[in-house]
Design a protein around this ligand. Structure first.
Ligand SMILES: *Cc1c(COP(=O)(O)O)cnc(C)c1O
Length: 325
């Protein structure tokens, strides 16, 4: 396992991405505050470049490569936001990028990745193993493999969103964070423990796949089958080793949210904040709504992790999960 990153790595990442990543806005809604009896601030990473916080980690990781490694190029496997983040960061840093995607990946995602200049290699998700393909390409072509969360520079980069938020708002009483492989939540934990030690940290994963909750309870990384959830950005089968090392040391809370709750939050974001948020990006607010009674009067942060959702799918989700009145 690589060295576990620290807050100093988050601070160094913040310097590296300054002027390249957006300093995303922090928004509030008086109506949501009134409904929940809280003072809530939303860190809007759906408005980050390429539409999700993943640009932070990707740009930080690629910035740290030696000139030789940059010239040789990088490879990533992902059908989602990590692929687009690597493709965009690579283009900005003039690094050739190869992205391994399933041949049936959504056309919009393939087009976006190609639009950022990534070379796409497809595989059959039912018969082939993407990690193996990624590793083989890395070896044969001398590419550097950049994993989506289990990497110190990725974790440090993801932690810069919470760093910006806490520097802007001052210490918060609690911070709610979407949780998949744990890059975002472990980086956030590093930033929050340094800048707001009393802040309650709550990671939120899909109820269908509560492997992180179980992993922290059992003291080992629990592996599960790919969970059936609309939160495709958190459809991971296990925590990364580095995120697990940080989370099991710092022991933040982990809770879950259901798909119905996520769609309810897509409505709230659109209605009150005029924001398009993808299902995974709704995890934080979904959990906060169920825990609001115990937090009355608190100042609470929510990381809105991304906004990449195909509009036809967005419409379908709203129709299939009618509003509760
Ligand atoms: C990747 C992703 C997550 C989960 O991040 P991890 O670092 O894997 O825990 C959450 N939300 C969005 C929008 C993502 O793209």
């Amino acid at each position: 396992m690589a060295a576990v990153p620290t807050y100093d790595d988050v601070a160094a990442a913040a310097d590296r991405i300054a002027g390249h990543a957006h300093r995303t806005p922090v928004l509030r809604s008086r109506l949501i505050d009134e409904q929940l009896g809280l003072d809530v601030v939303f860190k809007c990473e759906n408005l980050q470049r390429m539409g999700a916080f993943k640009f932070r980690g990707a740009f930080n990781a690629l910035s740290r490569l030696t000139p030789d490694r940059r010239a040789a190029g990088v490879v990533a496997y992902s059908s989602g936001n990590h692929a687009q983040a690597i493709a965009l960061a690579a283009r900005l840093l003039s690094v050739p990028a190869t992205i391994v995607m399933p041949h049936d990946a959504p056309a919009a995602k393939v087009a976006a990745t190609r639009g950022y200049g990534g070379r796409i290699v497809t595989y059959d998700r039912y018969t082939e193993d993407r990690e193996e393909i990624g590793r083989a390409l890395a070896e044969e072509q001398g590419l550097t493999l950049i994993p989506p969360y289990d990497h110190p520079d990725i974790i440090a980069g993801q932690g810069t969103a919470a760093k910006e938020l806490l520097e802007e708002t001052g210490p918060l009483d609690a911070l709610f964070v979407p949780l998949g492989g744990g890059g975002l939540f472990s980086g956030t934990t590093l930033a929050a423990r340094a800048l707001a030690p009393a802040c309650r940290l709550v990671g939120v994963e899909p109820e269908a796949g509560n492997d992180a909750q179980r992993s922290l309870a059992e003291g080992r990384i629990v592996h599960i089958d790919t969970p059936k959830t609309i939160a495709d950005g958190a459809q991971t089968q296990h925590l990364g080793e580095l995120p697990f090392a940080i989370l099991s040391r710092e022991r933040p809370e982990v809770v879950t949210a259901t798909d119905d709750q996520l769609v309810e939050c897509m409505r709230l974001f659109a209605t009150y904040l005029k924001l398009v948020v993808e299902p995974t990006g709704c995890l934080g607010l979904a959990a906060l709504r169920t825990m609001a009674d115990g937090l009355r009067g608190a100042r609470v942060g929510v990381i809105v992790s991304g906004g990449n959702v195909d509009l036809d799918r967005y419409a379908r989700l709203l129709t299939e999960h009618p509003a509760r009145t």
